[in-house]
Design a protein around this ligand. Sequence first.
Ligand code: EPZ
Length: 414
Amino acid sequence: MGAYWIEGGSPLRGELCIHGAKNSILPILAASILTGGVCELHNCPRISDVEAALQILEHLGCRTEAEGQCIRVDTYEAVSRPIGSAMTERMRAAIIFLGPLLARFGRAELSYPGGCALGERPIDLHLMGLRHMGASCDSGEEGVSCTMEQPRAGVIALPYPSVGATENLILAATACPGETVICNGAKEPEILDLVSFLRCCGAQILVQGSVYRIFGGNALHPCSYRIMPDRMEAVSYLAAAAATRGDISLTNVCPEHLTAVLHVLSRGGCEISRGQGKLRLRCDRLCAVSPIRTAPYDGFPTDAQAPIMAALACAKGVSVMEETVFSNRFLHVPALNDMGANIHASRRYAIIHGVRKLHGAMVEATDLRGGAALVIAALAAEGKSRIDKTEHIERGYQDFSGSLQSLGGKLTME
Ligand code: EPZ
């Protein structure tokens, strides 16, 4: 159980290099199972979700080696084994192993990913699509067991552009001889990074907006690949700079992946300049922005909701946020109010009455982005705060406290 002590009130200033994307490395690690050889991945974030994914790969008979930001995975001796609850609870995204295990071995067994703070995390869309490909999936009390003896190509229309379901279906479709078409797929940049990795492994995949055409049935080979930058890590530091009225520059970042968030920040009065792989944000006091509605890409990302809310807590005026992706993603609001914010949240809407100043408090992180939001608020607050359960934050941010310290943030890890 980790904790941060934070002394607020210092504007963040300086330059930071963004790490590789958590939501890209996780499906790509699972996809490496399809290659049956040694894949070398670069620009990998060293976070606990990645350690959990490596543990699952080793459980499946793979050999892994991590050195700095480089990870090598040898999946030659991989086998399909049941992935138990100890592993799926440690990493919700373990469901992403379903597709590659079915594609390579024709069977897969996973305990349900643990209950999650953000609300029910069903996998019905994953199973619906896999069944279209000829899989038979038996979902019991504890988990799901699937076989796919005769994978078949076909057309799958997702009723909702689920990120994980789109990824699992693309991975499973690599084993289906012929052309599989996925309609209304999610378009998050991390999915295009997965497609780009698969193409490096010899997969034939066409992408037209939300339609993915996978020409499957051929063996894939290992490759060396560089993971894309983490847009959500970038958002969190931009929100922290805005909240503390700072001036920061980010490198190893893709501004084109952040259009919706940058639009909100500039509407809030931030001065933003972009360069090739670079972003700079300067901010005096933020103004309220309303309405902000989370949506699948390329709308305003749900993962940006909590960090940006923390910055808007001290904005001039009233902001309104609507959370349309997850059913329970305002868990950070009570702790922000403990720090002097004035936010009223229902299940879907949050009304943020900007206050002049927040004050330090003892609070607890509830989830990954909510935890980052509490750190952002504590950096902007007057006085000292203690943020408990920072293991939630370590899941998705490499050296979050060290990075913020390098920008002048006064944090110590307990
Ligand atoms: C991915 O989760 C990300 N995780 C999440 O990031 C992100 O918030 C989410 O996409 C939305 O962008 C990873 O990539 C590892 P979904 P995922 O399937 O795939 C419902 C973070 O902060 N749904 O797009 O689980 C679901 O309940 C994490 O880094 C079904 O109903 O998201 C939710 O309401 C948090 N049935 C909505 O769709 C299904 O079968 C979006 O879920 C699947 C999903």
